[in-house]
Design a protein around this ligand. Structure first.
Ligand code: CP
Ligand code: NVA
Length: 315
């Protein structure tokens, strides 16, 4: 497995290897500090980022390398150089390429034309690196992924899709409640159900927030308008998504010790109330910290060719 573009690129074994590596990096951050010695990794971020950018830059530094950060206007892409040529050139200089952009197919073209590992740092469709950090956090807080249920409330977006896929691989039950028109597409749900049937977990979808949170160990939400979503939709989304807001009342319907998760940044007063995100059951900053340890694990595992990829790709 050369690239990490979506969570389902991983086999269940790959996912557990990444979690083990991340735990080890968390305990001993500098154990592989010569991995990227005298080398560099390129980061191209075509959307804003706090956690992903800084955690990957720090991960590259802790592995002994130099991160080279490029924003939307820094590459010749803006003047018409192709993605294909950009990928070929960067492959001659750097050891890894970490990309945040809009289109999933653009990242696939980067990956197909790169000889170095390409990592999806968020696209419109997926946020695979976030999902690995989410499962690490869940494992730390609840002990055993296979006896856990995660309920995601709100927009069926990139974070929800990758989290569903990670739960399906990890054996964690997953329920999502979204309003009509904002559900995850049925093909993604169906594929996740096939993975879940092999790991012994379940994937449930509904339009009912109360139903989704029953028996949940973790309640997860994300913003109602993602980067790249049309700003004109904001008012309509705030209205239709209101019943999915995570507040004390909704938290009280999950398990009594259920935790609250969010990839951040959050919009207090929209998808979650301040009482919940700042309250005692919120683990959002542990989750954010785990972005760093999992970024190190993902980079290290790809550089060392330790991931074997999903079974479907081997068939
Ligand atoms: N969770 C996450 O990806 O945050 P950033 O957008 O700040 O990177
Ligand atoms: N769904 C959000 C996640 C941000 C980390 C977005 O894509 O904007």
């Amino acid at each position: 497995m050369k690239d990490f573009l979506r969570t389902t690129d991983l086999s269940p074994r790959d996912l557990f290897l990444l979690l083990d590596l991340a735990e080890r990096f968390k305990g001993q951050p500098y154990q592989h500090r010569t991995e990227l010695q005298n080398e560099s990794a390129a980061l191209y971020f075509n959307k804003p980022s706090t956690r992903t950018r800084i955690s990957f830059e720090t991960a590259v530094a802790r592995l002994g390398g130099i991160p080279i950060m490029m924003g939307p206007n820094d590459l010749q892409l803006g003047r018409g150089e192709t993605i294909e040529d950009t990928a070929r050139v960067i492959s001659r200089f750097c050891k890894a390429f970490i990309i945040r952009t809009f289109s999933d197919s653009d990242v696939e073209v980067f990956a197909a034309n790169s000889s170095i590992p390409v990592i999806n740092a968020l696209t419109d469709g997926h946020h695979p690196c976030q999902s690995v950090a989410d499962l690490l956090t869940l494992k730390e807080k609840r002990g055993d992924l296979e006896s856990c249920k995660v309920a995601f409330l709100g927009d069926g977006n990139n974070v929800a899709r990758s989290l569903m896929e990670a739960c399906a691989l990890g054996g964690t039950d997953f329920a999502i409640a979204s309003p009509s028109g904002h559900e995850l597409e049925s093909e993604a749900v169906q594929s996740a159900r096939e993975l879940a049937s092999r790991s012994g977990s379940s994937i449930e979808t509904s339009n009912d927030a109360q139903e989704a949170v029953q028996g949940a160990d973790a309640i997860y939400t994300d913003v109602w308008l993602s980067m790249g979503d049309p700003e004109e939709e904001r008012a309509a989304r705030l209205k239709i998504l209101q019943p999915y807001q995570v507040n004390d009342e909704l938290m009280s319907q999950a398990k009594p010790d259920a935790i609250f998760m969010h990839c951040l940044p959050d919009h207090r007063g929209e998808e979650v109330t301040a009482e919940v995100v700042d309250g005692p059951r919120s683990v959002v900053f542990d989750q954010a910290e785990n972005r760093l340890h999992t970024a190190m694990a993902i980079l290290y595992a790809l550089l060392e060719n330790r991931l074997h990829g999903a079974e479907r790709d081997r068939r």
